[in-house]
Design a protein. Sequence first.
Length: 316
Amino acid sequence: MGDAHDAWFFIGVFVFIFLIWIATGGPLRPLAFSGPTLAQPGVLGGGTYLQLPRAPFVIGGTNVSLPGSSDNSGSSATLVPTFVGGTVFGTPSPYRDIVRMNQYVSGAGGANPGNEYIEISLSQNARVPVNITGWKLLSDATGNSASIPKGTEVPTSGVVNAEQDIVLAPGTRAILISGQSPIGASFRENKCIGYFSTFQKFSPSLPQNCPIPSDDLISFYGPTYIRDSFCIDQVNKIQRCQVTLTPPDGVSNTCQNFVMTYLNYNGCVNAHKNDTNFEGNTWRIYLGRTNSMWRTKHEVVKLLDINGKTVDAFSY
């Protein structure tokens, strides 16, 4: 009896709840068809829940200028130097601050233009090589000017060398000498260039970093090298970059052949032109003048690019 009574009690409770549900709207109530909702987010940095916020800047555009460059109006992105006496810097070149002069003329105003020179260099951070053939050096004090000529990448002794535009690689420099070349051409220094000093005078002096003669003897004498002790002793006495016109007395024919073949400029180039360290980082450029280019004082030196815009300038 008790169990039947409890069952009827629970049935009555469910019927009572059902009747209340019907009385409050039952299946027609809106809550029956919709779940819980979230409020829409407000504005987020200029955007909405359907749109991302905009960045407060614009990426790209045409109004970006690099240091040392000039805009279309010809004004420089950096300050230009001023000079006494009314001389102006001029329109800055796109190469300004990329190619620089060393701000000093060595031997200025001397009797021998071969001893008068100035140095320029291309920044190590430059992204590409720069062709400087056709650029111009100008004295604003006297009006003297000279154009940078073509040159020979690897000169050969005893022949007329073919010439090409002079192109500076990043981190390289050029010595611009007012006078004429002792070998008849502007050239790039290399591992063997010191041999030219045997017969010609250069200002500044050529580097004496030719291959060591005894090292070349080991490399090029042949398989019987170690047996020729007299040759070894004689070659050890020969200095770097020293051209030997006649082989030492009493040496073997093989030793004579080595000395005459390798211990001179052309022989050195043929033996070492494929070495990874063959090329130097300096050009020797000769302007071909027969008299001085620069004053000893009261001078303004300008370097102009191919379009006549000022790359660099200084006064003394």
